[in-house]
Design a protein around this ligand. Sequence first.
Ligand code: HEC
Length: 104
Amino acid sequence: MKKKLSALLLGVIFVLAACGGSEEAAKTDVAKDPEKLYMQKCSSCHGGELQGAGSAIPSLEKVGSRLSKEEIEEVILNGRGNMAGGYLKGEDAALVAEWLSKKK
Ligand code: HEC
């Protein structure tokens, strides 16, 4: 009887630990989703569908066919023309640049 109980407890602890771990992984995924970062920092100008706005703000729908990942990252970090740099930094900038470079 005692053995069964401790085996059951061990099982419960294992399940709880497994759940906690996966929840944490899910949280990091959300923070590192380039689409979410774009929606937070870029969509106010470039639009929720990457469509741009009028003649002043370029569409990013096919930006990957014009610019490489490195060139996009450069624009995000340092700005260009009428766009200021620094909306995203470091790893976040690289992640969004990579995501946009696949839009062709
Ligand atoms: C305040 C408005 C604004 C915000 C916010 C903004 N941009 Fe821009 N973006 C512009 C404008 C204006 C240009 C055109 C710059 C120029 O004069 O060459 C531009 C140009 C670009 C280009 C070059 C497009 C091309 O076809 O050459 C890229 C890439 C870009 N933005 C990405 C981003 C990303 C990624 C973000 C978010 C991190 C962002 N932008 C946030 C206004 C904005």
